[in-house]
Design a protein around this ligand. Structure first.
Ligand SMILES: *Cc1c(COP(=O)(O)O)cnc(C)c1O
Length: 387
C-alpha cells in the first residue's frame, strides 16, 4: 500500500508515528493495572491522568470532566442513554437532527422503543440545522438536545453556539458529537456552551478503540457500563492505557499543529474542488461553501453510481468514500444527502474525499488525472442517459 493515495481521513486516519512511540512502553514495559497500588501501577495511573489533562486542555475543560471510553460510538451511547435514564422523571423527549452519525441516530431510535420520544430536526440545502424548527420542537418534557458539531459526510459545521443558547434558554441539556471537529477546528466547551461532548482518537491521528466523553460538572447522568469503580465510577472496566496515552499525545500534537495543518489541507481541498468542477461537468458540490471542514469535499456526479467510481479509483490506488464508511454496505441513499433535499438518484452518485495531513499536491494531481476519464467511461455505460 506504499503508493496508496489516501483520501478517506473522515473514516479513519493513520496513527501518528509520535503517538505510536508514546504508546509502545505501555504494552509490555509499563503494563500495570492503574487500580493496583505498587509503583508499576502508579506509573499507569499517572500516564492516564496526564492524558486526561491533555484532553481537557484541548477542550478547555477540567480534567475531572473527562471520561475515557472505547471510542466515539460508546461515548455517544453513554451520553444519550445516560442523560435519558437519569432524567426520566423530568421528561422523555429527546431532540436530534436528521443528519447525525448512526452512533447517535440508532441510539435515539433504540430509546424510542424504551418509552422515549424523539424529534428529528431538518436541515437546509447546505446541511445547516433549522434553528426555528429546533426552537419549536422543545417542550416541557424535553431532557436532551443532541446535535453534531460537524457532519462526517458533507463536512458542514453546525451553529453550535446558537444551538447552545436555545438549549440554555429552555434549561435543556446539550450534547454534541464532535468526533469530526476535535483536533481540526477550535472546540472550546465553554465558548460553545456544551454540556456533553464526544471525541474519538482515530479520527485525528490517534489510535482506534479509544475516545472520550466530556461531562460538564454537575450534569446528572447515569452510567452505561457497570462493574469496577473506574473513571470516577462513571465507566467500569480496566482502562485501555496504551490507547489513553495515545489519545493524550494526539491532543497535545493537535494543540500545537492543528492550525497549520488545516491551512495546508484547505488549500489542497480548494484546489481539488476547483479543478474537479472545471474538468467534469454535471456535478454538484454538497455542503456549505464556507461553514465546512477544511478537508472535506463531497460531490454528486450525475448519471453514475458512487460505488462504481470508488472501485475504479481503488484500481488506480486512490482510497475515497461514497459518503460514510458506515453506510457503504447498504443500498439506501445517504440519509444526510436525502435530508438536504438531494434526490435519491443524485445521492447515489455521491463521492467523498476527506483530505488530511499526509496529502500532497501530487495526490491532487493524480485524482485530476484519473477521475475525469473514469467519469466519462462510466457515463458511457450508464443506463441513466448521458452517453
Ligand atoms: C467515526 C464517527 C463516530 C464513531 O466513532 P468510533 O470511535 O469509530 O466509534 C461517531 N460520530 C462521528 C461523527 C464519526 O465520524
Amino acid at each position: 500500500m506504499d503508493n496508496l493515495i489516501y483520501l478517506d481521513h473522515g473514516s479513519t486516519t493513520p496513527t501518528d508515528q509520535r503517538v505510536v512511540e508514546a504508546m509502545l512502553p505501555y504494552f509490555n514495559k509499563l503494563y500495570g493495572n492503574p487500580s493496583s497500588i505498587y509503583s508499576l501501577a502508579r506509573e499507569s495511573k499517572r500516564a492516564k491522568e496526564d492524558a486526561r489533562e491533555e484532553v481537557a486542555k484541548l477542550l478547555n475543560a477540567k480534567a475531572e470532566e473527562i471520561v475515557f471510553t472505547s471510542g466515539g460510538t460508546e461515548a455517544d451511547n453513554s451520553a444519550i442513554k445516560g442523560i435519558a435514564f437519569a432524567n426520566k422523571a423530568k421528561g422523555n423527549h429527546i431532540i436530534t437532527s436528521r443528519i447525525e452519525h448512526h452512533a447517535v441516530l440508532n441510539t435515539c431510535k433504540w430509546l424510542s422503543g424504551q418509552g422515549f420520544t424523539v424529534s428529528y430536526i431538518g436541515v437546509d440545502k447546505y446541511g445547516v440545522l433549522d434553528l426555528d424548527e429546533l426552537k419549536g420542537a422543545i417542550t416541557d418534557k424535553t431532557i436532551l438536545i443532541t446535535i453534531m458539531h460537524a457532519n462526517n459526510e458533507v463536512g458542514v459545521i453546525e451553529p453550535l453556539a446558537e444551538i447552545a443558547r436555545i438549549a440554555k434558554d429552555s434549561g435543556v441539556c446539550l450534547h454534541t458529537d464532535a468526533v469530526q471537529t476535535v483536533g481540526k477546528i477550535p472546540v472550546d466547551v465553554n465558548v460553545l456552551g456544551i454540556d456533553l461532548l464526544v471525541l474519538s482518537g482515530h479520527k485525528f491521528y490517534g489510535p482506534k478503540g479509544v475516545g472520550a466523553l466530556y461531562i460538564r460538572k454537575g450534569t446528572k447522568i447515569a452510567s452505561l457500563l457497570h462493574g469496577g469503580y473506574h473513571e470516577g465510577n462513571r465507566r467500569a472496566g480496566t482502562e485501555n492505557i496504551p490507547g489513553i496515552v495515545g489519545l493524550g499525545k494526539v491532543c497535545k500534537i493537535a494543540m500545537e499543529e492543528r492550525e497549520e495543518d488545516e491551512k495546508r489541507v484547505k488549500a489542497l481541498r480548494d484546489d481539488l474542488e476547483e479543478r474537479i468542477a472545471k474538468k467534469i461537468d454535471d456535478i454538484i458540490v454538497n455542503g456549505h461553501p464556507e461553514m465546512r471542514l477544511a478537508g472535506t469535499l463531497n460531490i454528486c456526479v450525475k448519471y453514475i453510481e458512487g460505488e462504481s467510481m470508488l472501485l475504479c479509483l481503488d484500481h488506480e490506488g486512490i482510497a475515497a468514500s461514497s459518503g460514510s464508511a458506515c453506510t457503504s454496505a447498504s443500498l439506501e441513499p445517504s440519509h444526510v444527502l436525502t435530508a438536504m433535499g438531494i434526490p435519491a438518484e443524485l445521492a447515489h452518485g455521491s463521492l467523498r474525499f476527506t483530505l488530511g495531513r499526509s496529502n500532497t499536491k501530487e495526490d491532487i494531481d493524480k485524482v485530476i488525472e484519473v477521475l475525469p476519464p473514469i467519469v466519462s467511461k462510466l457515463r458511457k455505460m450508464s443506463p441513466f442517459g448521458k452517453g
